[in-house]
Design a binder for this molecule. Structure first.
Ligand code: SF4
Length: 420
């Protein structure tokens, strides 16, 4: 039975978990369960599966009693906040009960570092072991790996969880040293690298539809944006390293919310623009699914993404000499570089042009965002807008198109999403 004491802990520990975006989720104010749940909406967040389904997760810390003192964190040891810790049995039962009543489809379990990394990781392990064994829990589990914990403990969690994450927190070695001196890049990268190698080892060899028994959802991490001076160039190059070398499934970007007054941090009244976070997600999406390299989207000279124009259109305008592109000849990867053409449209174009020559009418029927694409293409040799265009005028035009700024991919591919 769920006791009042457990619900009180839930209140504290779900609130303490809300700054962690590495499950790429958002809290809901209007849960469809709100009318039948015996408590208010704390702890339930929404996230999306690979196939686009929206699922609800119980998002909590095991404990917020932290022995570390990361400058930017609300749970740091020197902060005066309410503290609580679950027991493994208590949290496993709570998750099981919520799952049984259909409040949630899974658990996102993070933790502050209580006593030591090993002690904390053991508590996470015990909780998910109880869930999978005693309670036969079949839901999704995203568990935190604690930097500095024994790799054998992290491995044991990897057999029970669907996904794990270790937050890299800050995009550079220097910022981490400045703002979280008890942590180090090396300490954080070690388990990330270990999980990456383990995941490769457990890939099913013969049946590609078979799921890996070790973290089938891979691993993710979170970077806080704006707590340090790191620019977007540094952030995206760190992401590129994590995707290419560490095989990460996902990097999430979380605009820093000032919670502590400290001379090393932006002032408590600073608001990091959410648009910066959005632009980073767009650039990240282009790197993962549109074959862009980080250095194509941003350079050592222009160290931050343009907030007024999306990164794909920005790249196209900076490389205007590569256009117009003939829709009927360009290969799939080249089509993906055209503003207004997303992954589904590019695939449709490649399939359909084997049968018919594609003109502007066909493109329109496909759902291509012609309002944007028409400046960058020819279709069957014809061009409706390219002549007399220059990148400067187009930049101004697109900057004014406020409605298109965050929707530069067509229906075939949203600009970014929150997939688990
Ligand atoms: S270890 Fe985690 S919970 Fe503890 S102070 Fe640092 S960021 Fe916060």
């Amino acid at each position: 039975m769920i006791t009042t004491a457990t619900l009180e802990k839930l209140e504290i520990l779900s609130d303490a978990a809300k700054y962690d975006a590495s499950c790429a989720s958002s809290y809901t104010q209007n849960s469809k369960y709100s009318s039948i749940r015996p408590f208010n909406s704390s702890g339930i967040c929404h996230t999306y599966t690979q196939d686009g389904r929206c699922v609800s997760l119980l998002k909590v810390l095991f404990t917020n009693k932290c022995t570390y003192n990361c400058t930017y964190c609300v749970n740091k040891v020197t902060n005066d906040v309410s503290r609580a810790s679950f027991t493994s049995e208590e949290l496993a039962l709570l998750t099981h009960e919520f799952y049984r009543r259909n409040y949630i489809s899974g658990l996102f379990l993070s933790s502050a570092v209580d006593k030591s990394p090993n002690y904390t990781q053991e508590n996470i392990y015990k909780t998910i072991l109880l869930l999978r064994t005693k309670y036969s829990f079949k839901g999704y589990i995203h568990a935190k790996a604690i930097a500095g914990a024994d790799l054998s403990l992290i491995q044991a969690c990897g057999y029970l969880a669907d996904r794990m994450s270790i937050n890299i927190e800050l995009p550079s070695r220097e910022s981490l040293k400045l703002l979280a001196p008890q942590k180090s890049f090396e300490q954080i990268l070690k388990p990330i690298d270990y999980i990456s190698r383990q995941s490769r080892e457990f890939l099913p060899l013969h049946n590609i539809s078979e799921k890996s028994t070790f973290l089938p959802g891979g691993q993710s991490t979170q970077m806080i944006i704006g707590a340090s001076d790191d620019d977007d160039y540094q952030i995206l190059r760190t992401s590129k390293y994590l995707y290419n070398k560490m095989n990460l499934s996902r990097v999430t970007y979380s605009a820093y919310i000032p919670v502590c007054d400290n001379s090393l941090l932006p002032s408590i009244n600073t608001k990091i623009p959410l648009k910066r976070e959005n632009r980073l997600y767009q650039a990240d999406w282009l790197m993962r699914y549109y074959f862009f390299d980080a250095e194509e989207l941003i350079s050592a000279e222009e160290k931050n993404l343009d907030l007024n124009i999306d990164p794909k259109t920005n790249w196209a305008l900076n490389n205007f000499g590569k256009f117009p592109i003939e829709i009927n000849n360009a290969d799939y990867k080249t089509l993906l570089r055209i503003p207004g053409i997303g992954r589904r449209s590019a695939a449709n174009i490649v399939n359909l042009r084997n049968e018919v020559k594609i003109d502007f009418d066909v493109l329109k029927q496909m759902g291509v965002v012609l309002k944007r694409a028409k400046y960058f293409i020819t279709a069957n040799g014809k061009n409706i807008s390219y002549k007399n265009c220059n990148p400067l005028d187009l930049r101004e035009l697109f900057t004014d198109e406020k409605s298109l700024q965050l929707s530069f991919f067509n229906k075939g591919g949203v600009g970014y999403d929150n997939r688990i």
